[in-house]
Ligand binder design. Structure first.
Ligand code: PLP
Length: 372
């Protein structure tokens, strides 16, 4: 079945007990067992596993084409859950442009375990090969990347990583499996912040790991999650499952709106550069066209007038909301350098945009008036 159909049906099957078409939410923290611990329906305690989470795990695994999935309280908990499985002293490669949380995790918490994270431009395959030569336990890919929207070649990187003996992980939050399926291109694990497009309404935090194979790594992660407790709450799992059912329709409209917005901005004299992989002028366009079905709702723009022009534009918008995060129905914009702490990495003239589901003419009129 095609991903749009899977997203509507898998995990959302009618409740066998009542026939209810919408899945029930099981809020129970504990499940009755026999006098010597015999499980009745496979469950024991919510932290270890519960029926609502299992529905979501099944949906995510089917959509990404994996054999197993684990859900977490947030995307960062999912990321941590995987990195904690690395042995002390391991070496990891991460993209030079990536989600700030990953960079902070690597800078603040991995060194105390002797783990070294090396930032590499994942566009340069020779540089990645060379960096792998020092030994690598895990290769982290993020494409398109945050916030520069750099595209990297999933199949080529997966091959390099696996030849070097690394676990290959792709953060697929920006693209979602509706647009890109890293496991089918050779990755071992896909990570998601389900807070974004899966939830889709800016009202539920969550994260997930989807594993190409059920095996040692997926079991190690599941056991650690059970013991360390970053479990996704059943109500959050239910909201995310509800988001799954409209994911296909939302993603199609995010992509269509983003295309119009990118084309409008690319032609505007106040804009120096539009970073959206769907534009033929984007350096990663050919690779993106090969590995993605469409180009997504995320983009960043760089203004000719520098920081002042970027802040002025962000301040004049009325339909776009200045806020962090992405993937909701509403369009958001953010001056990344202002929110990246004392050592911002993003260019000062850059604004990151999550193009939402409003009528695209309203978005374009808003951008036009804000650019003055
Ligand atoms: C938001 C985000 C995360 C972190 O997820 P949370 O749910 O906020 O913890 C990781 N990667 C990407 C690409 C994100 O956008």
């Amino acid at each position: 079945m095609r991903p749009e159909t899977l997203s509507v049906h898998v995990g959302n099957e009618a409740d066998p007990a009542t026939g209810a078409v919408a899945p029930p939410i099981h809020l129970a923290t504990t499940f009755r067992h026999g006098p010597s611990g015999e499980r009745v329906a496979g469950y024991e305690y919510q932290r270890e596993g519960n029926p609502t989470n299992d529905r979501l795990r099944e949906a995510l695994a089917a959509l990404e084409g994996g054999e197993d999935a684990a859900t977490f309280a947030s995307g960062m908990a999912a990321m941590t859950g995987l990195l904690e499985c690395l042995p002390n002293g391991a070496r990891v490669l991460i993209p030079d442009d990536c989600y700030t949380g990953l960079r902070m995790l690597c800078a603040e918490y991995l060194p105390e375990r002797g783990i070294e994270a090396v930032a590499v431009d994942m566009g340069g395959l020779d540089a990645v090969r060379a960096a792998c030569a020092g030994g690598v336990a895990l290769l982290w890919i993020e494409t398109p990347s945050n916030p520069l929207m750099k595209v990297s070649d999933l199949a080529a990187l997966a091959e390099i990583g696996r030849a070097a003996g690394a676990v290959v992980v792709a953060d697929n939050t920006f693209a979602t499996p509706l647009l890109q399926r890293p496991l089918s291109l050779g990755a071992d694990v896909v990570m998601h912040s389900t807070t974004k497009y899966f939830g889709g309404h800016s009202d539920v935090l969550g994260g997930a790991l989807v594993f190409a194979r059920r095996g040692e790594l997926s079991q190690k992660v599941a056991h650690r999650l059970h013991i360390t407790g970053a479990t996704l709450a059943p109500f959050s799992a239910w909201l995310t499952l509800r988001g799954c059912r409209s994911l296909g329709a939302r993603i199609a409209m995010h992509c269509a709106n983003a295309r119009r917005v990118a084309e409008f901005l690319a032609a505007h004299p106040a804009i120096e550069r539009v970073n959206w992989p769907g534009l033929p002028s984007h350096p990663g366009h050919a690779i993106a066209a090969r590995q993605m079905r469409d180009f997504g709702g995320m983009m960043s723009i760089q203004l000719r007038g520098g920081r002042e022009a970027a802040l002025a534009m962000a301040g004049r918008l009325r339909v776009f909301t200045n806020a962090t995060s992405l993937g909701g129905c509403e369009s958001l914009i953010e001056h990344r350098a202002s929110v990246e702490g004392p050592h911002p990495r993003s260019p000062q003239n850059l604004l990151r945009m999550s193009v939402g589901l409003e009528h695209v003419e309203d978005l374009i009129e808003d951008l036009r008036q804000a650019l003055g």
